[in-house]
Design a protein around this ligand. Structure first.
Ligand SMILES: [Fe+2]
Length: 618
């Protein structure tokens, strides 16, 4: 038996993954255990969980694979700072102690933290190798082209490669500072959102805008070449030498200083979001064309933070040049832990790889699960009245009725998801047809204001009835955006059209029903879809099936089980805490249901506020 532990740490979203004889046994992000979002520290608890799942101890490990080469990265930092000295000195001084402490001595740190792993050999893979391995090895394809794009690894910011059988090969790379990820982040920063977590918001803002800055971006910021590579004019950016992403020259070009987060979003910001989205898609499409020319493969696999740009993914699938697409659900750096471990097994140990009908990611349900006993204990601890259902059909019927009635339901089932999305194991569900659902879920459950609609989960076999996708397309990881079919769109009245075009409050715009499923329909009629099938999703599939039978609607709103700024819940205790701190009506944990209606004492406003105060808004 060979056990390999993969680790990503010390940058953003630390994680661990364990593979035993090539099978992915467990994977989880550290934030879920420490309850600190995007926790970058050494993933001690995630590692402990991964080993526990396989009933192993550190001494049983044969290999520990770390997702990047610390010295290569240190080298890039030094070179960058020297190239920009003395302008870069301030940020150099600020960044260096952290780097010295965590990165340069990473090998030593890993060994101390894992001192129990006495037999294990330590392996360091390159950052983009880890991403590429995480994209190809778990995919259902024997052969595929590989595209990885993110902010920055050691030196590479994007790589084109291919995988065949049990081997991957990187063919081309783009190097720092020319980076699609960092440029997208620069616009994220400029539009007043948080870098590395606000990119989603920028993508969600794009449908409100017109892409009228694309020419300006192409002319000044970017030299895009026919082979998909590009150079950026670094005179407009500040991320090499400073502590911000953009500089004065950038601000002059786009007509003002960066938006500070508390100021309103103006049309200019929406147009910028639309413009950078168009340019990002252009770059991704031209990289894909070049990759297709280089490899001649009909399949493509994606990873790296930019692979979470679901709008670009949807376009790539619709417009080619590839016929099939698979995306690593933990596309960001957390997935690097899985990639590093798989790289060690297939590429370094030369172990064969088998592909089948499905991928080997198991729906990305790779985290901890909890027994009935553990759930019962958590309920007793909080003294909550609950009902236990032996009969699944009766449980599902109760949930279907509650949701049709406008209730919001916490849904806690089986193993926790690996990756940033809730996929039906730690989710909050509601009726997508309900016109109030978008604002209820945002204000009363998430405690945030949002101009973005929610994402739907939909029966796989019914997805093409609603969205412009091929009947065989699946999106089990919620990584594709697709347009709602014309026959489901509602015409707007003149007044609604006016609101849609001009209302400065974007929530007024998003709340105008544009379809029979308004909670999940964006202002441009797009939706980020998760297809649900019985093999991967079990009980969630059966819930959707029953909801469809009763209402004729095969989809539900599926959002993550948390409040704003909180990592997705992991344990039954986390779930109950979050349930009590919000206006969620019901929570279903395994076979147990807690209904707020049956509770004698509801939590006070002060108790709710206390939970919220533990987390920083994104
Ligand atoms: Fe990365």
């Amino acid at each position: 038996m060979t056990s390999i532990l993969g680790i990503s740490a010390f940058y953003h979203d630390s994680a661990a993954a364990l593979i035993v004889d090539g099978r992915i046994v467990s994977a989880a992000q550290e934030e879920r255990f420490t309850r600190r979002k995007h926790d970058p520290d050494f993933p001690a608890q995630a590692i402990a969980y991964c080993l526990r799942e396989a009933r192993l101890e550190p001494k049983d490990l044969d290999y520990v694979a770390f997702y990047e080469k610390p010295l290569l990265k240190f080298d890039r930092l030094l070179e960058t700072y020297f190239a920009f000295a003395p302008a870069g000195l301030a940020s150099f001084r600020q960044a260096m102690p952290v780097w010295l402490r965590n990165k340069l001595y990473m090998r030593r740190k890993l060994k101390t933290e894992l001192r129990g792993a006495k037999q294990a050999k330590f392996i360091f893979t390159e950052h983009h190798e880890s991403h590429a391995a995480s994209a190809f090895f778990p995919s259902p394809f024997d052969e595929a082209a590989i595209l990885t794009i993110d902010g920055v690894g050691e030196w590479s910011t994007a790589t084109l490669g291919m995988g065949e059988g049990n081997r991957i090969q990187l063919l081309r790379e783009m190097k720092f500072p020319h980076s699609l990820g960092l440029r997208y982040s620069a616009f994220t920063y400029y539009c007043g959102f948080k870098v590395t977590s606000g990119e989603y918001k920028l993508m969600g803002l794009a449908p409100y805008g017109k892409p009228q800055f694309t020419d300006l971006i192409r002319k000044h910021l970017l030299d895009l070449r026919p082979d998909g590579s590009f150079r950026m004019d670094m005179a407009y950016f500040n991320y090499c030498q400073g502590l911000t992403m953009t500089n004065e020259r950038f601000h002059r070009l786009f007509g003002g200083p960066p938006r500070s987060p508390e100021l309103p979003i103006e049309q200019r910001h929406m147009d910028l979001a639309a413009s950078i989205q168009v340019v990002a898609e252009e770059i991704i499409m031209s990289m894909a064309r070049e990759l297709h020319r280089l490899t001649g493969k009909k399949n493509v696999v994606l990873a790296g933070g930019v692979a979470l740009n679901c709008v670009a993914n949807g376009r790539l699938l619709r417009e080619g040049p590839f016929s099939n697409l698979w995306i690593q659900p933990a596309a960001g750096d957390a997935g690097g832990a899985l990639g590093a471990a798989l790289f060690a097994w297939h590429q370094l140990l030369e172990k064969p790889r088998q592909t089948g009908q499905s991928d080997s990611q198991s729906g990305s349900f790779l985290g901890p699960q909890f027994s009935d006993k553990e759930i019962e204990n958590a309920l007793t601890l909080r003294d909550l009245p609950s009902q236990r259902f032996e009969d699944e059909a009766a449980l599902l019927k109760l949930v279907v009725d509650a949701m049709s009635d406008g209730k919001v339901v916490g849904w806690f089932q089986g193993r926790m998801e690996f990756g940033p999305r809730a996929l039906g194991a730690r989710s909050i569900l509601g009726d997508a047809r309900n016109p109030a659902m978008q604002s209820v879920m945002n204000l009363k459950i998430k405690y945030r204001e949002s101009f973005r609609p929610f994402a739907p989960c939909i029966l796989r076999e019914r997805a093409a009835d609603y969205f412009d996708i091929q009947p065989e397309t699946e999106s089990p990881y919620m990584l594709l955006v697709a347009p709602l079919l014309k026959e489901h769109r509602l015409p707007l009245s003149e007044a609604q059209g006016n609101t849609m075009a001009h209302d400065p409050d974007l929530r007024q715009r998003v709340n105008i029903p544009r379809s029979g499923v308004p909670a999940i329909t964006h202002v441009d009629y797009s939706a980020r879809i998760q297809t649900v099938d019985e093999a991967r999703h079990g009980r969630l599939y059966r819930l959707l099936k029953m909801f469809d039978q009763h209402t004729g609607c095969p989809m539900l709103v599926n959002t993550s089980f948390n409040v704003r700024g909180e990592p997705i819940v992991c344990t039954p205790q986390d779930a109950l805490k979050c349930f009590l701190a919000t206006d969620m009506d019901l929570v279903v944990l395994g076979d147990f249901v807690v209904d707020k209606k049956q509770m004698a004492h509801l939590p006070s406003a002060a108790e709710k506020a206390e939970h919220l105060a533990a987390f920083q808004p994104d």
